[in-house]
Ligand binder design. Structure first.
Ligand code: AMP
Ligand code: MG
Length: 464
């Protein structure tokens, strides 16, 4: 059925608490990701049989699973929160995917754990469908991300501002090791745990890395690449706390995330981000801040603290160059440049400045440019762009610019319909958003439209 190989559960017990998911009233499948299931080697008959939905709902623990809630800590909005941990998620175990690497299979919304603090351990339908849609769209757009294997309703209500339908997401990740997974052991002065976790993370994700410094280098490079990709899609994560920063370099913990409609670098959607800490343009700087917290957490492993601080600072400072190179590559491709170099940064930046000044739609502007349509405000800039681009620039642009991203007002409409019991809009949008680079046709075109003034989503809420 599921061939588990649970490496995390083989670590000492101070990294987690073993416990089963809490069963729910009536589990019903919303969606199962067949392609991902195949890549994970899951059995097709089992997947489509009656047992799978019980597993995805937490009502049955499959053979070979070793359910546990992971311990971690973290900085939230820049302040140390101490111990956090999986308060509403349970790791069933790991399976080896067709690429040879392990994947976590985790139920999100599976009931209370010792790390729930005041929470109910549950999720409601809205954030589950949002994460399903957005994470699968991100994957289809080539961005490293956790993925969605299944979503089920629980037949139970969840109390938020009102009573809402409960749901559970089955999430798949290269791992759920976060910066905060390291920080908690440093805070507890548990150097042995830090060493074990460092060795485990290197072996699992970065086997070429040499010790803590090599691990830091690898994560710096992966995060620089990841954030550049977010920026190229107008993606705002919304809660870049250190507990939401993955050592595997995947986008993780889709909460109040959103894509830009109108290009505004200072844009913030999240209702809880009152200071704008996680605004679009701040994301690279925040990634550096998070990496500095990882470096700080690793210091107790080093023989000479002063030398390690100096050395780790140098390694973190490399983020700037790595990010700039990735950003030029990402945006150069979006402009159809065959071989973008740092010298193109100015051309790209001037376009973005014009887009901000004219309040142009981020995604639609690149789609239009790729189809040879020129927004009037860009015509002077375009003269220089035309000199720079060459060869098959339209093909390159079509491969680099999604025609459809999961726009916020569309996601909200999908959630509203599903809350009323109508899942058809979810299924249609999922189909469209997971083929992001297809040309626009009659079905896709409405999804490409920016929101009407009355449809604009101004605020998004955390996935609790
Ligand atoms: P997040 O903001 O989703 O990254 O979550 C931050 C912390 O709050 C994590 O430790 C979560 O496990 C916990 N948490 C969030 N929602 C709930 C909930 N409904 N029940 C219990 N814990 C929760
Ligand atoms: Mg989180």
């Amino acid at each position: 059925m599921i061939a588990f190989d649970n490496s995390f559960a083989r670590l000492p017990e101070r990294f987690y608490t073993r416990l089963d998911p809490t069963p729910v009233a009536t589990a019903e499948t919303i969606v199962v990701n067949d392609a991902l299931a195949t890549a994970l080697g899951l059995d097709r008959d089992w997947l489509n049989g009656p047992q799978a939905v019980q597993v995805f709902a937490g009502n049955a623990v499959p053979d070979g699973a070793e359910p546990l809630a992971q311990l971690y800590g973290g900085h939230q909005f820049g302040s140390w929160s101490g111990q956090l941990g999986d308060g509403r998620a349970i790791l069933l175990g790991e399976v080896r995917a067709e690429d040879g690497a392990l994947r976590d299979i985790q139920l999100k919304g599976a009931g209370r754990t010792p790390y729930s603090r005041g929470g109910d351990g549950r999720a409601w339908l809205g954030p589950v469908l949002r994460e399903y849609l957005v994470s699968e769209a991100m994957h289809a757009m080539g961005v490293p991300t956790t993925r969605a294997l299944a979503a089920v309703t629980t037949g139970e209500q969840v109390a938020r501002e009102t009573l809402l339908p409960g749901a559970i997401l089955t999430r798949v990740a290269r791992s759920h090791i976060r910066v905060g997974t390291f920080q908690i052991h440093t805070a507890r002065q548990d150097v042995e745990a830090l060493r074990t976790l460092t060795d485990y993370t290197i072996a699992r994700h970065w086997p070429d890395a040499d010790g803590p410094a090599g691990l830091l280098d690898a994560v710096v490079a992966a995060q620089a690449e990841l954030i550049a990709q977010w920026m190229g899609l107008g993606f705002i994560h919304g809660v870049m706390n250190t507990d939401n920063c993955s050592l595997a370099g995947e986008t993780i913990d889709y909460g109040p995330c959103a894509f830009l409609d109108t290009y505004d670098p200072q844009k913030v959607f999240s209702s809880i981000d009152r200071m704008g800490r996680y605004a679009y343009a701040n994301q690279p700087g925040i990634a550096i801040w998070n990496l500095a917290q990882l470096a700080t957490a690793l210091i107790p492993l080093m023989p000479d603290e002063e030398a390690a601080v100096a050395d780790f600072t140098t390694r973190i400072n490399r983020f700037a160059d790595l990010y700039q190179a990735a950003w030029v590559r990402v945006f150069g491709a979006k402009l159809g440049l065959a071989d973008p170099t740092l010298e193109d940064a100015d051309l790209i930046q001037r376009l973005l400045t014009l887009m901000a000044g004219e309040a142009l739609d981020f995604t639609a502007t690149f789609t239009r440019l790729g189809m040879g349509e020129m927004p009037p405000a860009l015509s002077a800039w375009a003269a220089e762009w035309q000199r720079r681009r060459a060869g098959d620039w339209t093909d390159r642009m079509a491969r680099a610019n999604p025609t459809v991203i999961p726009r916020n007002h569309r996601v909200e409409a999908v959630i509203a319909a599903a809350t009323r019991g109508d899942f058809a809009p979810f299924h249609e949008m999922l189909k469209i958003a997971t083929r992001p680079f297809d040309p626009l046709d009659e079905t896709r075109a409405p999804y490409a439209l920016p929101p009407e003034p009355t449809e604009v989503v101004r605020q998004t809420f955390c996935g609790t």
